[in-house]
Design a protein around this ligand. Structure first.
Ligand SMILES: C[S@@+](CC[C@H](N)C(=O)[O-])C[C@H]1O[C@@H](n2cnc3c(N)ncnc32)[C@H](O)[C@@H]1O
Length: 457
């Protein structure tokens, strides 16, 4: 991220770093990074242990720094972040039984179910309210109905709890698209409802952050609303989110246990399909343009004008745009297709290549990339980041190793620790991580905000 020197100076001030006026930008970034590391170390729960004279280790209780509640808790992305900051969860809720089961297994706390049925007076006292409220009503992949959708109104339950319980802070998370729904009216509505309930939230306390900015190879932009109770809000205290430039690390994510990996190998049929496409990709000249989606099963289909016009628009467009690449490599396509037609016709998706990695390079291979089988085709994406995890299960394929990414790798992509107990059913685990908030992302925002408000001094 590119921050101006003055932004970095403000951040230094917020972190209590002095004598920095004479420093250049990279020195400031380094100082910020060191300071944040210190805060992190100070704020991470280190169970206090003592060794008794009989040589047995006794774990002393850690005194929590704050109490929090975890609304729409899922599998506890916020819980993980708060634990790192030494928070204690006193209440959680999620309507999904499978999430509640995983939550209880990991944190020893049984979440309540439907937020609309909760008796607010029974929620214990707490300092911080966390909530990644359901995003289907707001996200790009949803129907974009905004507040007309009942799930959008679940946000009002957060407001009711805030009004009744008056926590010091609220950290609310949602998809970035929330800012755009209904021309920004949903976003304005959220801000005004929070303000009306006695909390300060404005452009300076709302942040956009993605795990890739913290070194995690997943691009997943999220909006985090930091809401500060009006009586403790201090305009002088500025929360500045400028993550240090952390190199992206794949090695932290990738599974290395060959026994585990064996289970996630792609089926032989799919491997043959990918091998077939790879053969054709090798044939193309370097710099060849492989977009838009190539529909190889259409090359030799003859349509009458009437039939063609009855095809969906997208198909008409692809067939037309595929003509030059077919003509250019006609001999190769035809002999390739004669060899592989049977398998390429086996499923509709096998005959559609969505090449999203730019022009063909030297040494190009489909196996250099991530692959997702989607209705629209075999989608090939650059392996700079892992594909963004989504709740709809289309498990990405790490083509280099001809295997699906594992649930544990998904956990790591969401910055959950390796001792996190996953749901025993892989599909459920994939879905739960697709829904979760990235722990590093919310931790980074919470840590900075709470630090500015003196939580870690
Ligand atoms: C975006 S996910 C939040 C995920 C969570 N932050 C995590 O890290 O796993 C939204 C969650 O809201 C839950 N939910 C939806 N409607 C609910 C309701 N009426 N009451 C409680 N939870 C609900 C869903 O089951 C889902 O787990």
């Amino acid at each position: 991220m590119n921050f101006s020197k003055s932004e970095l100076l403000i951040k230094c001030e917020a972190l209590g770093i002095t004598k920095c006026l004479s420093k250049n930008k990279s020195q400031l970034v380094e100082l910020i990074s060191i300071k944040e590391q210190q805060i992190l170390t100070n704020s991470t729960v280190a169970p206090l242990t003592v060794v008794t004279p009989t040589n047995s280790t006794v774990v002393l209780e850690v005194i929590p720094r704050f109490k929090f509640i975890d609304l729409f808790c899922g599998i506890g992305g916020f819980h993980q972040a708060s634990l790192r900051l030494q928070g204690e969860c006193v209440f959680a809720c999620d309507i999904d039984e499978k999430c509640r089961k995983v939550y209880e297994k990991n944190y020893g706390l049984r979440p309540e179910s439907d937020i609309t049925k909760i008796d607010i007076s029974k929620i214990p006292e707490f300092d911080i309210l966390c909530g990644g409220f359901p995003c289907q009503a707001f996200s790009n992949s949803g129907k974009k109905k905004g507040f007309e959708d009942a799930r959008g109104n679940l946000f009002e339950n957060i407001i009711s709890i805030a009004i009744a319980k008056r926590p010091s802070f609220m950290f609310l998370e949602n998809v970035k698209h929330i800012k755009k729904i209904d021309n920004g009216n949903v976003y304005k509505h959220i801000i005004s409802r929070i303000n009306a309930s006695g909390y300060v939230v404005n452009e300076k306390t709302i942040f956009e952050l993605s795990p890739h900015q913290l070194g995690v190879p997943q691009q997943r932009e999220r909006v985090i609303f930091v809401c500060i109770r009006a009586d403790i809000f201090d305009p002088v205290k500025k929360i500045i989110i400028c993550p240090p430039e952390t190199p992206i690390r794949f090695d932290n994510i990738l599974e290395t246990d060959t026994n585990v990996l064996q289970k996630y190998k792609i089926p032989g049929e799919l491997e043959s399909v990918l091998n077939a496409w790879n053969e054709m990709i090798t044939t193309f000249e370097v710099n060849e343009n492989l977009s838009p989606t190539i529909l190889c099963n259409e090359f030799n289909t003859i349509y009458s004008e009437d039939e063609f016009l009855k095809l969906p628009d997208w198909k008409q467009e692809y067939i037309t745009k595929n003509k030059p690449i077919y003509q250019k490599y006609k001999t190769q396509w035809d002999s390739w297709y004669a060899t592989h037609a049977q398998i390429l016709c086996k499923k509709e998706v096998y005959g559609k290549l969505e090449w999203q990695v730019g022009k063909k390079k030297e040494q190009e291979s489909i196996f250099n990339h991530f692959i997702q089988l989607r209705q629209s085709g075999i989608r090939v994406k650059k392996a700079v980041y892992f594909p963004t995890l989504v709740a709809i299960v289309q498990t990405p394929i790490y083509a280099k190793e001809k295997r699906y990414i594992t649930p544990r790798e998904c956990a790591r992509l969401q910055s959950f620790p390796d001792n996190f107990v996953l749901h025993e059913n892989d599909h459920t685990a994939y879905k739960q991580f697709g829904n979760a908030v990235n722990v590093d992302v919310v931790h980074y925002v919470m840590m900075n905000a709470l630090n500015v408000y003196g939580m870690f001094v």
